[in-house]
Design a protein around this ligand. Structure first.
Ligand code: IMP
Ligand code: MG
Length: 190
């Protein structure tokens, strides 16, 4: 008889967006954002941890006046599906009162996180508030939230790399790749 220990989960990574394409898109977003905020002071809020790699590249394509802050929220446990509620793990370090604010996020999935964040940040009195997300899975949206700047619309697949994780792993991949799990029996008798 097979026991749980006989079940091994092997993972497979299939490249969805390669490193070159990511860089080209980040540069394109940087140019659009710089144009839109020309002559203004832009205050970026990077949502940890997933967006940190994207932010690090994006900010170097912004030859405008910027400042930077970080927030951390959690809606995911150690798995692939949302727990359905958003919690602030790290709040703003600086006031955003009267500032032109841009949220920088890795992926817009159900929309729960960005819906929560935009409502929360509006209560802090910014002059303007926009969102920039590298990825979007439009078909998964349950909240009516749209980002002004979207890098790539992607299919309903779980992706990792370029900051995105599965159980905190794979953030270091230079590509954005689809994570597939195959459950295999390691039992010689099964
Ligand atoms: P939402 O609140 O459902 O829009 O989900 C947003 C958050 O879920 C993102 O900031 C990610 O942390 C996480 N997430 C959603 N889809 C994926 C994925 O395909 N890979 C890794 N993280 C994901
Ligand atoms: Mg995230």
């Amino acid at each position: 008889m097979m026991t749980p220990n006989d079940l091994k989960v092997s993972t497979q990574l299939d490249v969805l967006i390669d490193a070159q394409l990511i860089q080209a898109k980040v540069k394109e977003l940087g140019i659009r954002i710089s144009d839109d905020y020309k002559g203004k002071h832009l205050h970026l809020i990077c949502i940890l941890k997933g967006a940190c790699i994207f932010l690090a590249d994006l900010i170097r394509y912004l030859p405008i006046d910027t400042t930077l802050d970080f927030m951390a929220v959690s809606s995911y446990k150690e798995g692939q599906r949302s727990s359905g509620e958003v919690r602030i793990v790290k709040d703003l370090g600086f006031t955003i009162q009267g500032r032109e604010v841009l949220i920088v996020e890795d992926i817009l999935d159900t929309g729960l996180t960005l819906d929560f964040l935009s409502r929360y940040l509006w209560t802090r009195g910014p002059k303007s508030l926009n969102m920039c997300t590298l990825l979007s899975k439009r078909s998964r949206r349950t909240k009516d939230v749209a980002a002004t700047y979207v890098g790539f619309e992607i299919p309903d697949e779980f992706v990792v790399g370029y900051g995105l994780d599965y159980a905190q792993k794979f953030r270091n991949l230079t590509t954005i790749s689809i994570l597939r799990k195959n459950e295999k029996s390691s039992s010689h008798w099964g």
